[in-house]
Structure formats: structure tokens, C-alpha cells
Design a protein around this ligand. Structure first.
Ligand code: HEM
Length: 420
């Protein structure tokens, strides 16, 4: 699948093309890049994610002009941004709520990939880079949450950095050494805030570099599509511009309306009220609850009684995703043609939502009106998560009979259009 080659038209274009073929690059990789003609709304989330990253970087840079990463000043500097800086409240809400929007989009993007088998050959590297991007997003969001130096910032950082001390059970002193190294002292304190700020500023640029690799890897085989079949010829594709630039712009606008609702009408909904209280190392909040996008992982961590095994399960849950291209043994890509796996896909989604629910509640809570302990539900959901990827996915892939695949992308798309 190759874009038609670029022919420079003006003298300037010919001159530039032999020195820096940037217009050729843009034409081949953006404007006329051949894109399957049947991409649906779920394929706009990659563009939405790129937009989210840009918003986080721009708002973050301006916030950094007013923020002070010192434990005695950080909380007040955020209050100063909210009250005194022109448009500061907007910048801060765009950034803090933008993190949640970023995670909503990435979760949809991952589940889109799982549904349409986007990770299957020859797109394994796109997927692996995606998992690395996801890990970096988690790290960046965690570091950023510490910066306002509120109660949840401080205690969240304390709980999560302590997770590493679990490795003491393997090599005595090793886990504590990592924790001390992360802290830069004997607890979460000023040196911790300084290094977290430095890394929080750095990582989004690493993310941006990895996104470039992610898209480069995507442009080698080209996009997959909801039918999961390969592009057979030019009749199956459309140039990226204007077809998908307009479609992406439309869905980014819809996403912006959703985002704006929280920024302008319900800003505190996605933020923790405890973080409006200045960090106090001698008063622990009644409940330390992470941000919603960490809740399924938090539930996995808490569902295992042994600290070390809990931490291994937590990391294992993310690392499992790296193996998905090889765990899925099905011959067809898209779940649309997989009558059995389709059910398991929805079970997995329900399972992750259940884990999120369990993570949001106290460890000793019960399911309302039933008396079923949430701890038990969390354990079952954790077991299902691993069972899904390591057992069900390979077995169903080998045993199910997929539905017949269409001959080409163009056929079902064009046959739906009445003949003129
Ligand atoms: C900062 C985060 C990310 C950005 C900016 C990003 C961006 C993109 C873009 C622009 C595309 C092409 C459009 C589309 O198919 O939606 C894409 C495709 C893809 N992404 Fe991501 N992505 C991110 C994270 C992830 C993650 C976490 C995963 C999976 C773990 C992932 C897996 C994929 C796959 C497999 C494709 C190919 C889709 C196909 O052709 O079927 N991405 N991504």
C-alpha cells in the first residue's frame, strides 16, 4: 500500500525536495496516505489521544510558569494559579481533567484494539509500543498527581512508592533501597517533589517521541479496519485527507464538548476533595483512593493477601498485554467474525469495570443489598482477568469456527450504496 508519489510543482518545492523532502513526507504520510475506507468512530481515538497529549503539554508548560515545586510552596502556588493568575483556573482544570480525558480515550483505544484484533501480525510492534505508551501515561499521571501537594497527593505518593518495598521479600533491603531512592530521603518529602516534578515535565516529551514511533510502525502495514481483512487494492482505500482529517476533526469536536462539560460545569467531579487540603504528613486521610483510571489495578493489588504477590499481579496485569499478539491464536482478526470470542470480549470489559468498582470501595465493603463481600468479587475478577488472556484467548482462538469473511473491504461498503 503506497501513497502516489509526490511531484514538486514550483521551483521552490523542487529546490526544497532535494534538500529536505518534508512536503513529500507530509504528502505520503498524511494527505494522500491510503486509509481503509471503512474505518468507524472507534478508529478516531488515536487522533483524539494525540490531541489530548498536545493539550496536556501546552497547558502543562503554562502551568509550570506559575507553579513552584517546593513542599512548602507547592500547595499555595496551585491556589495562586486558581485565584490570581489570569485564566489560571481554566488552565488547571483543562490539565487536571485532561488527564482523565486522556485515560478515557486510551481505554477506548485499547478495547478497540482488542475487539478488532489490531495487535495481530503484522501490527505487533504498534501494539507493544502502545503498551509502553500506556505504562508511561500511568507514570506521568501518578507523578503529576503528587505536584499540588494536597492530602491525596502526599498519601497517594506514600502508598504507591511503598509498593516497591514488597521486593524486600525477595532480596532483603532491595525493595526499601528502591523506595528510599525514589523518595530521595526517608519518606515522601521535598526531594521527592522535586524529582517527581522534573520527571513529570520530561515524560510527556518521551511520550510524544514514542507516539511518533507508534505511528511510524502503523504506517508500514497501514491501518487495520473493522472487518480485519487486508486491503486488496486502491478500491479499498481513501486518501487520509480530506476523508479522515474531517472525520477526526468532527469526533475531536464531540470529545471537546464532553471534556468541556467537566471543565466548565462539573470540574470537581473527577478530582478528589481531599486534595484541596494541604498535605499533612501526620494526618492520614480516612480513605486513600487513587484516581479512577488506576482503580482496576488497585483492586488487583488489594485482592491478593500477600504484598509481594499483589505487586507481581499488579505489574503482571499490565505486562500481560504485551503477550496478547501471541496469546490470540485466532486466524481472523476482527471479533465481528468470532461468535464465541465476542462473548468473552464483553466479559472482559465487564470484568475490568467490576474491578474498577471494587477498587473504588473500601476493602471491607459489601455489594449493596446483597451482602456479597467486594473482596471476594475482586478476587474472582482478578482471576478472570488473567484467565481471559492466558487460557481463554488461546483456546477459543484455536477451537471456534469463525463466520465467513467478506472478499474485500470495498465490496460490502460499496454494495450498500444503491447503484446510480
Ligand atoms: C499516548 C497514547 C497513544 C496515542 C497518541 C496513540 C495514537 C494512535 C494513532 C494516531 C493511531 C492511528 C489511528 C487509530 O487507529 O486510532 C493508533 C493506532 C493504534 N494504536 Fe495507538 N496510541 C496511543 C496508545 C496506544 C495504546 C496504549 C495501545 C495498546 C496497548 C495502542 C495500540 C494501537 C494499535 C494496535 C493501533 C493500530 C490500529 C489498527 O490499525 O487497527 N495505542 N494509535
Amino acid at each position: 500500500m503506497h501513497a502516489p508519489s509526490y511531484v514538486p510543482k514550483t521551483r521552490f518545492e523542487r529546490w526544497l525536495d532535494t534538500r529536505l523532502p518534508i512536503i513529500r513526507f507530509a504528502q505520503e504520510h498524511v494527505t494522500s496516505f491510503p486509509t481503509p475506507r471503512n474505518l468507524n468512530v472507534w478508529y478516531t481515538f488515536g487522533g483524539i489521544l494525540s490531541f489530548c497529549l498536545a493539550v496536556q503539554i501546552v497547558t502543562g508548560i503554562v502551568l509550570a510558569m506559575h507553579y513552584t515545586p517546593d513542599s512548602s510552596l507547592a500547595f499555595d502556588s496551585v491556589e495562586h494559579i486558581m485565584r490570581d493568575v489570569n485564566g489560571g483556573w481554566l488552565l488547571r482544570y483543562l490539565h487536571a481533567i485532561g488527564a482523565s480525558m486522556f485515560f478515557i480515550a486510551v481505554n477506548i483505544h485499547i478495547f478497540r484494539g482488542l475487539y478488532y484484533g489490531s495487535y495481530k501480525a503484522p501490527r505487533e510492534v504498534i501494539w507493544i509500543l502502545g503498551v509502553v505508551l500506556y505504562c508511561l501515561m500511568i507514570a506521568t499521571a501518578f507523578l503529576g498527581y503528587t505536584l499540588p501537594w494536597g492530602q491525596m497527593s502526599f498519601w497517594g505518593a506514600t502508598v504507591i512508592t511503598n509498593v516497591f518495598s514488597a521486593f524486600d521479600a525477595i532480596i532483603p533491603g532491595f525493595g526499601s533501597a528502591i523506595t528510599g531512592w525514589l523518595w530521595g530521603g526517608f519518606g515522601v518529602d521535598n526531594p521527592t517533589l522535586h524529582r517527581f516534578y522534573s520527571l513529570h515535565y520530561l515524560l510527556p516529551f518521551v511520550l510524544a517521541g514514542l507516539v511518533a514511533l507508534h505511528i511510524w510502525a502503523l504506517h508500514v502495514p497501514g491501518n487495520s479496519n473493522p472487518l480485519g481483512i487486508n486491503v486488496k487494492g486502491p478500491q479499498d482505500t481513501l486518501p487520509f485527507h480530506p476523508n479522515y482529517t474531517v472525520k477526526d476533526a468532527f469526533y475531536i469536536s464531540c470529545f471537546l464538548i464532553f471534556y468541556s462539560y467537566f471543565v466548565f460545569f462539573n470540574p470537581e467531579f473527577l478530582l478528589s476533595p481531599d486534595n484541596s487540603i494541604r498535605a499533612n504528613p501526620i494526618v492520614t486521610p480516612a480513605d486513600i483512593v487513587p484516581e479512577w483510571y488506576f482503580l482496576p489495578f488497585y483492586a488487583i493489588l488489594r485482592s491478593i493477601p500477600n504484598k509481594l504477590l499483589g505487586v507481581i499481579a499488579l505489574f503482571g496485569a499490565i505486562l500481560t498485554l504485551l503477550f496478547v499478539p501471541w496469546l490470540d491464536t485466532s486466524k481472523v482478526r476482527s471479533t465481528r467474525f468470532r461468535p464465541v470470542y465476542r462473548w468473552f470480549f464483553w466479559f472482559l470489559l465487564a470484568d475490568v469495570l467490576l474491578l474498577g468498582y471494587v477498587g473504588a470501595n473500601r476493602v471491607d465493603a459489601t455489594l449493596s443489598n446483597t451482602g456479597i463481600p467486594l473482596l471476594l468479587l475482586g478476587r474472582v475478577a482478578t482471576a478472570y482477568y488473567f484467565l481471559h488472556f492466558w487460557i481463554i484467548m488461546p483456546i477459543v482462538g484455536k477451537t471456534e469456527t469463525p463466520l465467513p469473511l467478506p472478499d474485500s473491504i470495498a465490496k460490502p461498503v460499496l454494495s450498500a450504496v444503491p447503484a446510480e
